[in-house]
Design a protein. Structure first.
Ligand code: IDP
Ligand code: MG
Length: 150
């Protein structure tokens, strides 16, 4: 089953939007297999955003994600990565469609509330980076057949 890593970033936690964000992924049909509330160590932030190392926004980005606690989620489902990205909305909140998390609750790129993995491979890798295997729960959900056709 496809996996994606979602982070409700510090602004989401500080603004009391964590419940709203989880609600949207739950309602979409994604199955929660891991969740933790944590203060992100700088080293983990740098590894997570390694692809952005050297860009002008890298330092502010690491500062942002480590500035205050986050809620990290591992979600599973068919098309989990693409579905979650569409639920999150465009990186620039001013370009994010209304009805998406960023389109409904954010205004600026450096305060865009949520992270979501951007490819199937990165979904697997990021869940592995943020969660130990022992922190992930494999469970049959009673309504799975009403969400997953296969
Ligand atoms: P994504 O979060 O939609 O996948 P990425 O391009 O992977 O977007 O960038 C990671 C994060 O870095 C963004 O969510 C945003 O918080 C921040 N970021 C990206 N580009 C810029 C920029 O040009 N200025 C400031 N922050 C940026
Ligand atoms: Mg990204």
């Amino acid at each position: 089953m496809e996996r994606t890593l979602i982070i409700a970033k510090p602004d989401a936690v500080q603004r009391g939007l964590v419940g709203e964000i989880i609600r949207r992924f739950e309602a979409r049909g994604l199955r929660i297999i891991g969740m933790k509330f944590m203060q992100v160590p700088r080293e983990l932030a740098e590894r997570h955003y390694a692809v952005h190392q050297g860009k002008p926004f890298f330092e502010p980005l690491v500062k942002y994600i480590t500035s205050s606690p986050v809620m990290v989620m591992a979600l599973e489902g068919t098309n989990a990565v693409a579905a979650a990205r569409l639920t999150i909305g465009a990186t620039k909140p001013n370009e994010a469609a209304a009805g998406t998390i960023r389109g409904d609750f954010a205004l600026e790129i450096g305060r865009n509330l949520v992270h979501g993995s951007d490819s199937v491979e990165n979904g697997q890798a990021e869940v592995g980076l943020w969660f130990a295997e022992s922190e992930l729960v494999s469970w049959p959900r009673h309504n799975d057949p009403w969400i997953f056709e296969g």
